[in-house]
Structures are given as structure tokens and as C-alpha cells.
Write a protein that binds this ligand. Sequence first.
Ligand SMILES: [Zn+2]
Length: 277
Amino acid sequence: MESIPIWFFLMSTGLFGLLFGSLANVIIWRVPRGESIVSPGSHCPGCGTPIRWYDNIPVASWVILGARCRECGGRISARYPIVEATSGLLWLAAAARWGMSARTLFGIGLFYLLLILTLIDLDHMRLPNAIVAALGVVGVVGVLFAQLTGVPAVPLFIGRGLLSAPMPYAASGIVIGGGISAAIAGAYALIRKSAGLGMGDIKLLAVLGLFFGPYVLMVLMVASILGAVVGVAVLRRHKGAGQARVPFGPFLASGALLVALWGPVVLDWYLRLAGVR
Ligand SMILES: [Zn+2]
């Protein structure tokens, strides 16, 4: 492993991310519609023609074909190459953050599934159980692996004292993530008589607890701040257009990404600022 140059590792991980970005597009379209991921193969949404492998190269094919289907000339949304490029960047970010380690592998699983959840939530205003459960499986496997081998994997951070082992650290995250979000949802329902957080958001926060331990609270805070800022902007644009709903999943995903990459640094900076450390 030591003999592989880091630039090669980062580049190839990013390329794999691009390739898996194509699969992400398929999952985002099919899973909420209850369609199979494997068959039939990719086809043009306009004319149904199967897409040849050389027309299915991430980002490049879209650019070369001028955003149009080779057969029918129908427009192909810019969203497809954007999702592919984002997937590549997320894989690259995980590789840069955790290097050649098991943590990178599980970090990639986290970022990739959160990208898929973000787009499905934007499209359908829900977080499918199947994808949240898949993220949960990745997290549980990572925690068991770390607990049994002693190799850092999941959670992405580790604490001191009682929380110095993966299992208790992850368990505290599930309790904090699931418990606090359920409490907020309950309080909100009592006061406003409407749901603030959906069931999907609560489940996702519990699963994120696996990956983040107590840092899941920071994920929720960052997501709430982002949600408040964007929510106000959206409500302004849709003034008088009734109730514009904003899905919370994309903010949870953004919060998770930011905390995974910079959480402890920011917390340390804050504690210093507050004179605690
Ligand atoms: Zn077509």
C-alpha cells in the first residue's frame, strides 16, 4: 500500500466516483418508482433507445453529444453530468480526508448514499427506507469491523473514556440523533400542529448517529442553520404561492458532509473562542 503514490490513489478514487455517479443517477430515478436497478439497462427517457456504453461515459458523453440523445435528439438534463461530477468529487474528498484507510471506504459509502438521498428528497419529498436502511447497514458493518479489528472505520470520530470504543460511541450517536430529532418533531407537532421533521429525517438522524456519535448534534445544528437560511430565501421567492415546502434531507446531508470533513476543527475553534479550551 505504501508504494502507491498518493496522487494516483486520489485520482483513481475520483474516477471510480465518476463511474459510480452514473449508477447513482439510475438509483435516484428508479428506487422511488419501485423499479429494478439492474434491468433493463440505461435508456433514453425520451425515445427509450438503450444507451451504448460509449455514450454512457460520465460527464464526457453528455458534453460530446451536446446534451442531446444520439437517436432522437431529445434534450438530456444537465443534472446527470452534475450528479456524476459531484459523486467523483465526494469520493475524492473522502480519499483526501482519510487517506488509504478503511475510514475512506466507509466515508465514501456515507457520502455516496447521502448524495442519492439528497436528490430523491428534492424530487419526491421523501427519504426511501431502502436507502436509509442501506446506509444503516454500511454503518453497522463499519462499527462491527472497527470494534472487532481495532482498525478505525465507523464512527468517523472517536471519544475518550466511556466513549473510547466504536460501539458505545456509535450507540450514543443513535440515541442522541434519534432521540433529539424525535423530541423536536414531537414538540413541533404539539405547538404548530404540523410535522417539522418527517419520519424519514428522524430515521436518517439515528443512522447518522452511527457514523458521527455525539457529533450528530453538530450535524443537526449545521443542517438547521443551512435550512433556515435557504428556507427564508425560498419562501421569499414563492411569496403568496401558498406553502412552499422545503425538504430537510439535503440539509442533513450537507451538514453531515461538512461535519465529516471539518467538524472537530470547527468545534475546537469554537471551544477556544469560548475560552473553554
Ligand atoms: Zn432518445
